[in-house]
Design a binder for this molecule. Structure first.
Ligand SMILES: *Cc1c(COP(=O)(O)O)cnc(C)c1O
Length: 368
């Protein structure tokens, strides 16, 4: 069996034991140490640790003081947390279709979705490659929009040398399957001193100093135990990412030319950190995407369909007052990608023979 993800946090043992022995187990010095290391990796002035990636997004929106009816533009092809966070923060959601080459918001579609209520542009850096920030950042600037980057899958990724999460407010997830994990956890990155201060206050019940409340806040705190799990991974992030990149290169070399299959692309100027290695199984392939997924599962090769439907295409979001005019047919690219995308194992712990097995099994299944 070749799993789609492997979690290995054994090297955190010493730090976790240190926290246990110290007796400071809630948010304390280890969180601070983790935040400093994270700010260093993301190339930002500040990193604010929170309890998961979803609350990172919620807090980022809340810190912007939007009014009811203010709009956030995001991708219809993302994990549901992106959408849920916007709804939780009380904003109205507008979607902009994606591009087939990077699976992220199409800057032209984003421009077309801007109204006079738009306040935030929230691209999702899907699978470990950033959205087209060369177009999206200037578009936001031109219209006076804040940029919140859903960087949950993109720790260490960059666009023309600038890190994911450093173009605006970066929101990261540290969930068990993400490239860096604390089991559950999240991180918010920013260069803005005032915003960082607001986020720290918001995270801790809106409390500036003991029983001095400035805003109606929440408990978004990370614990020192969780921070201890994450620190060693940041120290070896370059190494882990390089292993993912080498695996992706090998998969692409092996799978290129398979009839009906599109291998993922690394676009010029972007550093891809391969949270997922996602192929597209086209309409003329020998097997459909779902058939290929079943064939791989049967042969013991882990795989994943991220994501099987457009994010709002569920009963609970239909006629939702904060999701006006969202119709599946208005997003033709995302609509086609949800039927074709299939992720294959690319994690750092794959062996040479695992990679060969994945390549051979996919090629054989598609009649190459
Ligand atoms: C994982 C993920 C999130 C949410 O993170 P959690 O830590 O699970 O709350 C948000 N957006 C995207 C794109 C994700 O992949």
């Amino acid at each position: 069996m070749i799993p789609i993800t492997v979690v290995d946090v054994r090297d955190a043992e010493d730090l976790v034991v240190e926290v246990l022995r110290s007796g400071v187990i809630a948010q304390g010095p280890m969180v601070k140490r983790f935040e400093d290391a994270f700010a260093n990796v993301s190339g930002t002035e500040h990193a604010i640790a929170v309890n998961n990636g979803t609350t990172a997004l919620v807090a980022a929106i809340q810190a912007l003081d939007l009014r009811p009816g203010d709009e956030v533009i995001t991708s219809p092809f993302t994990f549901v947390a992106t959408l849920n966070a916007i709804l939780e923060a009380g904003a109205t959601v507008r979607f902009a279709d994606i591009r087939r080459d990077d699976f992220a918001i199409d800057p032209d579609a984003a421009a077309a979705a801007i109204t006079d209520r738009t306040k935030v542009l929230m691209p999702v850096h899907l699978y470990g490659q950033t959205a087209d920030m060369g177009k999206l950042a200037p578009l936001a600037a031109e219209h006076g929009l804040q940029v919140i980057e859903d960087s949950a899958q993109a720790v260490g990724a960059s666009f023309q040398g600038k890190q994911a999460g450093s173009f605006g407010i970066g929101c990261f997830s540290l969930y068990a399957t993400k490239n860096v994990t604390t089991a559950e956890g999240g991180m918010i990155t920013t260069d803005d001193d005032e915003l960082a201060d607001s986020l720290r206050v918001l995270r801790n019940q809106g409390m500036r100093s003991r029983y001095e409340y400035e805003v109606a806040g929440h408990n978004y705190r990370m614990t020192d135990l969780h921070a201890a799990v994450g620190i060693p991974q940041l120290e070896k992030l370059d190494q882990l990412t390089a292993a993912r990149q080498a695996n992706a290169k090998r998969l692409t070399e092996g799978l290129a030319g398979t009839p009906g299959l599109d291998v993922p692309r690394v676009l010029p100027g972007r550093e891809h950190v391969w949270h997922q290695y996602t192929v597209l199984v086209g309409p003329h392939a020998f097997l459909s995407r779902d058939e290929l997924a079943a064939a791989l599962t049967e042969k013991g090769i882990g795989n994943g369909i991220y994501y099987p439907k457009i994010v709002f295409d569920y009963e609970c979001y239909r006629n939702h007052p904060q999701i006006p005019d969202a119709r599946v047919e208005d997003f033709p690219v995302a609509s086609s990608i949800v039927t074709q995308a299939l992720s294959l194992p690319v994690h750092p712990y794959l062996s040479e023979s695992d990679l060969d097995t994945i390549i051979e099994t996919v090629r054989e299944a598609l009649g190459a």
